[in-house]
Every structure is written in C-alpha cells, then in structure tokens.
Design a protein around this ligand. Structure first.
Ligand code: SAM
Length: 189
C-alpha cells in the first residue's frame, strides 16, 4: 500500500465505512458458519467486526508488518503471514472465506484467479466465498499511484468465479455505486 492508502485504511472513517456500509451489504444476507478465513485484512477494519460475530476467525495477510500488528491487536484471531493465492491450509478447512478491497491489490488477473482456486480448495462443501471490491474509476487509478492496481471487472467476475468451480454466484454493485459485492458457494456434495 502507498502512504495515501495506509492513511485511509487505518483511519476511523474507513473503519466506520467498512462496518456500516460495506459489511452489512456484502455479508448481511449470508450465514458464514463457524470457521471463517479473511484474506487481506490490512489494518483490520473488517477484522474488528468479524471477530465479534464468528466463532473462529483466521486472517491471511501478505504484508509481514501488518500481519504482526494484527496478531498483537486481535489475540483472538489466528493471523498468518501469507498470500491468498497460496493458502497454507488443508482442503475444506473453512465454512467461509471473505475478502474486502484486496483483490485489486494482487499482482495480476492470474494471481486473482489462483486466489479463487485456493478459496475453492479450502472451502468445505456448501461453504461461502463473499466480499467486496471497488468499482474502477480514473480517480482510483490516480489514488493507487505507485501501488499495485488490477481492478476487478464486475461483468466478467461471475464467469471467473464459476470457472474456479464455485456455484450460486452473485455479483452486483452496492447501493453507494462504489462497491462490487460478490458471493458464491462451494458446491455441496
Ligand atoms: C486496501 S487493503 C484493504 C484492507 C482491509 N481488507 C480493509 O478493507 O480495510 C488491501 C490489503 O490486502 C493485502 N494483500 C494484498 N495482496 C494480498 C495477498 N496476495 N494475500 C493476502 N493479502 C494481500 C494488502 O497487504 C493489504 O493489507
């Protein structure tokens, strides 16, 4: 993350936006079950909400410093330093996997698809994959400056999730017009 990003994502305003606008629309209609994995928690805006509402929360963060800070801040969360496209967990470990505003920070479309495949692998049958990412705008291109920015196209996201073996795919734009909200399931056996 560049410094503008770091300032935004660690701010109380961002935490409020995640808690009041993003999570209710992204997850409000879903049952996440008992073992939940969050990919790319950053400064923990969404982690702070999730840890209060799920019995067991694991978080995977690629930035070593952020992972260490999260582990100190959230002792109830199992924080792992790692990458969403190479998840260090056994198959069918989780009832749900979530990620917020992190897919566009991955290095490539291929890396995003490797993450989707890993999500499919670690989800139990019938498990939920859900989250949100930002609708691409010229302002966001500028905001990312020297940072990685691989925006997610909402029109092709359904077929990308389906191609990774996920089912019941729903992709739509949230009420503020700024968020792509998505959910899908690992097929029941
Ligand atoms: C813009 S921040 C969003 C953080 C948080 N989800 C939120 O909404 O406040 C994106 C986060 O994803 C992390 N990230 C990027 N690529 C990742 C990867 N391959 N695996 C895990 N985390 C990743 C970044 O280090 C950063 O902490």
């Amino acid at each position: 993350m560049n410094s503008d990003h770091a300032a935004l994502c660690s701010s109380p305003e961002w935490a409020r936006y995640i808690a009041e606008e993003v999570l209710p629309h992204a997850l409000g209609h879903l049952s996440l079950g008992t073992e939940v994995l969050e990919i790319g928690p950053g400064y923990g805006a969404s982690t702070a909400e999730l840890v209060e509402s799920v019995p067991s929360l694991t978080a995977v963060e690629v930035d070593a410093r952020l992972a260490a800070e999260l582990a100190a801040k959230f002792p109830a969360v199992s924080v792992v330093h790692g990458s969403g496209d190479r998840l260090p967990f056994a198959a069918e470990s989780f009832s749900a996997v979530v990620c917020f505003t992190m897919l566009h920070h991955m290095q490539s479309v291929t890396a995003q698809e490797e993450l989707f495949a890993e999500v499919r692998r670690v989800l139990r049958p019938g498990g939920v994959f859900a989250g949100a990412d930002s609708v691409a705008t010229p302002a966001l291109v500028e905001f990312h400056g020297d940072d990685t920015y691989v925006p997610v196209d909402p029109d092709v996201l359904p077929e990308r999730l389906t191609a990774c073996g996920l089912t019941d795919v729903d992709v739509h734009i949230g009420p503020d017009g700024k968020r792509i909200l998505f959910s899908a399931r690992s097929a029941s056996t």
